[in-house]
Structure formats: structure tokens, C-alpha cells
Design a binder for this molecule. Sequence first.
Ligand code: SF4
Length: 362
Amino acid sequence: MNLTYNQVFKDPEISKALVARIREKNTRPLRLMEVCGTHTMAIFRYGIRSVLPETITLLSGPGCPVCVIAQKDIDAYVMLARRPDVILTTFGDLMKVPGSVSSLAGEKAKGADVRMVYSIFDALAIAKENPDKAVVFCAVGFETTIPTIAGAVLTAQTQGIDNFSIYSANKLTPPALAALMKTAGVEIDGFILPGHVAVITGLDAFYPIFEKYRIPSVVTGFEPMDILNAVLKLVEQNESKIPRLVNAYPRAVADAGNPKARAIMDQVFETADALWRGIGHIPDSGMVLRESFYKFDAAKKFELSMPDTREPAGCDCGRILMGLKRPDQCRLYKKNCTPMHPVGPCMVSSEGACAAFYKYSG
Ligand code: SF4
């Protein structure tokens, strides 16, 4: 049977051969981190953990934008939702994330105008249809989504949609990996790097971290064969003790990434320090609007200056996102914290490690 191009990357026979190679080559315990939540979900969905040798531990990393959102940013969204002059627009994943006092789902149930959108351009359309309201978009994303957010801000500027604004909790991936490597107790033998982020950043964005820490690193895609191939490459590098930064996703990632998307992103945003849940403040890891776009900045428009607030007591999201704990090692897991009644964002997000563990383990 001839396989289509896409079927090749899911082919069980190729996957079995890769598993066999991994088992043959691997001689030592390895802790490999899949940096992004999309990989976490794919790994669980395809049962990849169950076919790897017991010596290989896969850890979930800080690459799920909803999981790493700071509590104070959720509180800011709740404050905005409570304003009668605001229509708050958001991706669905954020709705149930608990803030200090409420969630967006809770505010919507009480009558706030909170609307789920599939694209920031839906939010722009809502702004056009409701000129008497301020329409705010909850901008929560990594390099994969930031260029689209920047494009929407540029569209708002060009079309004079002045009742549109964003509250940015956008973040960058490489600074988080650098922060991770400086954290006491973190032990990682290899990074499975996010293919979709690298489509924008290219391989080049990861070189400084690779050069500094010499951790085997492989950019890969999201099909079973992509992930197993990355694991094999990380095993081989660890066995040979020759670390490399490898692009195993050349069908989508160019070494230089997508310069056009980065140019749009840099035109609209600049880097700033950002607070990551459980990890803390990371220098230059956030993306905020440049001064020339302040009129689209909801934090400035509504003079929001949120204090740092405490994360939910007992929630280990931060430690899980740094590979220091597994979800089932959190004392609230499956007891006080379930997808119906989540305590932390890692149980809410469709890319969250706790949600994945809950859905697929046992
Ligand atoms: S199980 Fe719930 S409380 Fe525990 S780390 Fe995950 S999200 Fe936080």
C-alpha cells in the first residue's frame, strides 16, 4: 500500500523500527524534556511513554502558554471582564483558569460579556460591530501566535479600530529554557524543542542556549515518527557524548525561521521581563507593545497595574513545568484538582501536563 505524505509520519511500522533502534542504542537513564505542551499531548495521545525503555523519562516543560500564565494576569483579565464597558475576548483554554478570586468562566456565568474566539481577527470583527464598547483580547501565546497578534494590532491601526486593545501575557521560549538551566535541581539530558515555535524563530534562536549549556537538543514535529525520531537522536547524542542542536523537522523549519513573521512581531512588540507561573521573573522573556502602539494596550488604556498575587496553595504547576515533579506527585492531583474543578492552569489547558496525565494515565 502506498502511504500518503502525511501517513508516513504516523506509520506504525516506521514507529516500531524507531522504538527498536531506541531500545538498542539506549544504555543509561535519560531525562528528556519535551518543552512544549503540544508535544506533551501528542506523547500521551500516541502512547509514546509506554513504548520507550524504562530508562527514558519524558518530562513536560514550560511551553504551554496557558500553564505558565501568572496569576496576576488572570486577575487582570477578571478585572477587565467585570467592567460594563468591556467585551473581553479570549481563546477557550483560558476560560476556566482560576485567578485569585474568580475565573473568566465564573465572570461570564455572572453576566460579564466574555466571548470565546478562535482567532484574534474574530475579536477585531467584534470590535467593529460594537463601536460603543471597548473590546479587549487576552493575548496569551508564544512565538507561534505572537506574529498573528501583531498582525491584528497593525490591522486595527490601519483600519482605525480604536476600541480594540490587547492585554499581553505573551512570552518567548528561549529565555525560559535559559532560566530552567539555572534552576537548582533541574536535570535534563536533552530537549525536544517545539517545531511550531522554530517555524518562526528558526534553529538559530536556540543556538545561544545550546552553546552555553551543551544540552543535546532536537527540533521536531508532532507526529509519532517525529517524536520517536527526536528521542532516538537524543539517545544517540547522549551515548556518543557529542551534543548537537539538530533540526529534525526540515519539512517545516528553516534554520533562519520566518524572518517576515519576526519582522511583524518586532515592529509591534518589544521584549520585557515577564513573570512565569512557578518559575518567577525571567528577564526579556515577555513581549509588550511598543510605545507607538500604546493605544492598543489594555493595561495602559485601563490603567491596570496588577500586584504579584500568590499562586493556589498546594498547586505544583511551577515544579511540573520545570521537570521537577510529575503531575501525580502533586498532592491535589485527582483529589481537589480535576478537569471539572481545576486548581491550576496545568489541569485546565488542553496542552497542560496535568490535564494530559489525567486524560491518558491509567
Ligand atoms: S494537579 Fe492541579 S493543583 Fe496539582 S499541579 Fe496540576 S494543576 Fe496544580
